[in-house]
Design a binder for this molecule. Sequence first.
Ligand SMILES: [Zn+2]
Ligand SMILES: [Zn+2]
Length: 421
Amino acid sequence: MDLFVHNEIYCLWICTSCHYAVTPQHLDRHLRTHHRWHPSVKTAELRQAALTEMLKKAWIEPRKEVCRFPSPDSLPIPHLPVYSGLRCPLCSYVSRSPQTLRSHMSGIHPETRRPRGGDCYRKPNIAAAAESVSCQRFYIAGAGSQFFAITPASQIERVQKAAQMSKAEFIQSQINQVYEQDQQAQAIEQQSIPIEKHSSEVSPWMELTRWPEYLRGKNLAAVAPLGSIPDSEKEPLLTVFVQSVERLIHRAYQTIASHRINEFDQIQINTFFRRPGVWNRPIQIYLRPSTYRQYRQVWQRLICFAYRSSRPDQPIILRHQLTTAQLAALDQMEEYGTRLLDQPADSRSETRYLIKTIEDQLDEACLALSIALLDHSLKGDLFESTVIGFLAIFGINTDCSNFRDPNYYTTYLSALFSLHG
Ligand SMILES: [Zn+2]
Ligand SMILES: [Zn+2]
């Protein structure tokens, strides 16, 4: 039966064209609905023969038997798609959306339910600590169809690599790898059909960043506002966030102005991009005090992007994933930000003191989020990184028709990398 492959460990048959497992009970229906033109199963007799043949191997009926599931550190099971999901912090349940995870938690772990309104801060938000995982499932519905966490091979390899390298070496190797893959893809393309070049053609810069791939199928005009500076009327919480970034930048500037840090002279990152001809001038970071003004906006927009793109009601789904640390920091920012907005506008000294305290807490969470975001871009899959996602959004030009020229980026990229210092 060439339509299915048998998996001995989990005792099931996986349809290699539909990419899910089929139960003995549903085999006939599956063949009739999805593969009715397949020569080997055209008639009832042929289908019965297929079933008999397949039953010769161990085949679990999930309605009657307990299914086996892989351990979270297993490699993905061949022929099944890999999805991104969230793992319940309290059990092995994996869901594909924050909403399902929340309803799982309130149903299965009722003790984690939080009071509504302002009182919710009295209890920690455990759902926010859910870890992003890669997951699969055997069946698309019914018994045994739950998602389970697995570890993609690339991730295992990356973790091993990252452990042996410095951060700089690791970024360089990741970028080289992306570049290498693009070169190969290009080589294959050149061998096949000659493509006519025109003005909006993807530049080497685009090939290197693969932003078009990250944003494929998205309406650039709809996606671009995700990384914009907030409107204080419509997005009061984000306005509080960008004010927090402003305070952090101010503090960093003060520190440098008072020469407490002296290694901030000049950092070159052009070694990351050693390949000649990718672009003409090296990217350099000059950390002069005057450049700090530019950094503020980039940082503010990154925070806004992280927040907007991770809202449960956000209709635009992008590929990046927030890590547990990022989600936890963002959740804290939301908590302190909301508390700040709730403060009455009066000038009594107790109120001023309270506001200052909450601002400090917010700034700390904001810094934690920023560091977690920048760290992610170094260790994770490039496309799972919010920073890489942000750079793609940031790269959309003003009329939303295409991406900006690399020269435009050098200042802004350097801003972002410097923030990590
Ligand atoms: Zn099938
Ligand atoms: Zn759970």
